[in-house]
Ligand binder design. Sequence first.
Ligand SMILES: [Zn+2]
Ligand SMILES: [Zn+2]
Length: 126
Amino acid sequence: MPPERSTRQRLAVRRALEETRAPMRAQDVQAVAAASVPGIGLATVYRALKSLIQSGDAVLVELPGDTPRYELAHHHHHHHFSCRACGQVFEMDGCPGDDLATLAPRGFAVDGHEVVLYGRCAQCLA
Ligand SMILES: [Zn+2]
Ligand SMILES: [Zn+2]
């Protein structure tokens, strides 16, 4: 594949993540990217996502029981809200942080955590 074509596809994938500002499945990325690169294939989207992860521009978001999702790499620590009705995943600001560490058994050292909230998003509640 000529490099300029591959760069254009990678850019379209990156823009899709930027526009949506939420963790997206590869299929969702493909649908958005197709607006600027008509006919972009899923394999190409995966390749572009992999390359964005390798360069540190994107990260993989893996929620229990969910398809892997991708989001732009942020330099701030954050968590996700998963809507049980529409299946969308949203970013949340804030973190209980040190409060979580108090749940660990006595004498244990905590060095990380995963927090996912489940429920219904504002749009599904409306
Ligand atoms: Zn929803
Ligand atoms: Zn946290």
